[in-house]
Design a protein around this ligand. Structure first.
Ligand code: RFL
Ligand code: PHB
Length: 395
């Protein structure tokens, strides 16, 4: 089999890249380890920057985010049991973020691919990359008991943090930067109206961080910080709701509507960057190259901008026979990635209870939060980073 671009992974990065390339008339095939049902069962991101929403429109799948996404103009910070709204739009000349689930984005892109009849090999095992340093790379994999080989001109490694693509870059070339945080997030999804339908709530409390978000006017997504040693089974729904209420301000805790969870999972928190994001004919995009802790809501948004840059570079190559885009891809992405890494690390450090800094650390965080909500320049800095940098940032 032959194609122009082999895409490893049918998460948001791989599917969005496929759609953008197809729009430009560039053939691509997606190879995914899991079934479509499994991919859609993973509950992850919920907040899209405007740049991401615009890209969904460019890819031809903007309709549902337009009608079903819920625009947010502000965020709420809670500390010392008090809620402080930050007027994000006012502080960024009208920019907004949109609440729309990653599951929906993935589903929209999957449906689009199906409608256009674009080839996707789900449930593929033993995916291997070959000859990435040559001009004729290929991918081999097992599908329905058969070993298949796909020849291509480029390989896009969009296979997430645990994928195989990054491992194809020789260890002598790949430089990794990492910070692992000493806690995780326990998240639940429940069919109850969100306590804060127009702003994500980020709560710093002596008991640990909590976050209130949503997927629709009838579906909520909530998180509490938990020890890494905790198991989902340790957390009954009752225990979760009790703990969440204790971390919010009293007014919100009273208003919170609880109900049975429809999903519950624990995610560890990590900051990670692999450089460079290109080796030969292999290009990494999204979580395959970098991870941010979810506190800043940046992971999916960064994945989307990587893919935008990669699609532009490949279009330049195939349509204008120019190597400039592909040669600058890694450098262009990394500038933006490090800015988002810094922001996500900072907000994580400010909002969570750290086991090693105790009550002193808590007091310092409260002092910084007090400074932040009372300073227009600090609130603006938070807002600018939250709504996301412009696409041509730093150019
Ligand atoms: P994904 O989504 O991990 O998809 C990779 C795909 O590759 C497949 N795969 C393979 N396929 C073939 N062969 C192999 N060997 C393979 N190995 C893996 C996998 O099955 C999978 O389908 O990566 P991608 O596409 O780069 O997308 C990245 C995003 O998923 C991620 O950054 C976000 O979810 C992060 N994130 C958030 N980002 C935001 O922008 N806003 C948010 O509000 C936000 N909230 C979150 C989040 C992540 C969270 N967790 C669980 C870590 C909240 C949470 C709790
Ligand atoms: C979510 O809706 O899942 C969400 C929102 C904001 C974050 C992280 C996750 O910072």
């Amino acid at each position: 089999m032959k194609t122009q671009v082999a895409i490893i992974g049918a998460g948001p990065s791989g599917l969005l890249l496929g759609a953008l390339l197809d729009r430009a008339g560039i053939e691509n095939v997606v190879i995914e380890r899991q079934s479509p049902e499994y991919v859609l069962s993973r509950i992850r991101a919920g907040i899209m920057e405007q740049v991401t929403v615009d890209l969904l429109h460019d890819a031809g799948v903007g309709e549902r985010v337009q009608s079903g996404g819920i625009v947010h103009h502000s965020i709420d910070l809670v500390f010392k049991n008090t809620r402080h709204p930050i007027a994000v739009s006012e502080l960024t000349k009208g920019k907004v973020v949109t609440a729309y689930g990653q599951t929906e984005v993935t589903n929209d892109l999957m449906e689009h691919r199906k409608k256009l009849g674009l080839q996707t090999y789900y449930s593929s095992n033993q995916v291997e990359l070959h000859h990435i340093e040559s001009e004729k790379p290929s991918v081999s994999f097992e599908h329905n008991g058969q070993r298949l080989t796909l020849e291509c001109e480029f390989i896009a490694g969009c296979d997430g943090f645990h994928g195989i693509s990054r491992q194809a870059i020789p260890a002598s070339i790949l430089k990794e930067y990492e910070r692992v945080y000493p806690f995780g997030w326990l998240g639940i999804l429940a069919d109850v109206p969100p306590v804060s339908p127009h702003a994500v709530v980020y709560a710093n409390s002596e008991r640990g961080f909590a976050l209130c978000s949503m997927r629709s006017m009838t579906r909520s997504r909530y998180y509490v910080q938990c020890p890494l040693t905790d198991k989902v089974e340790d957390w009954s729904d009752e225990r979760f709701w009790e703990e969440l209420k204790l971390r919010l301000d009293p007014e919100m805790a009273t208003r919170l509507i609880t109900g049975p969870s429809i999903e519950k999972s624990i995610a560890p928190l990590r900051s990670y960057v692999a450089e460079p994001m290109r080796h030969g004919r292999l290009f990494l995009a999204g979580d395959a190259a970098h991870i941010v802790p979810p506190t800043g809501a940046k992971g999916l948004n960064l994945a989307a901008t990587d893919v935008k840059y990669l699609s532009e570079a490949m279009i330049d190559y195939f349509k204008s026979h120019s190597n400039t885009g592909i040669d600058h891809y890694s450098e262009r992405c990394l500038k933006r990635i490090w800015r988002a890494e810094r922001f996500s690390w900072w907000l994580t450090s400010l909002m969570h209870r750290f086991p090693d800094t105790g009550d002193f650390g808590q007091k310092i965080q409260e002092a910084e939060l007090d400074y932040l909500v009372n300073s227009e320049s600090l609130s603006r800095s938070l807002s600018e980073n939250y709504v996301g940098l412009p696409l041509n940032f730093g150019e």
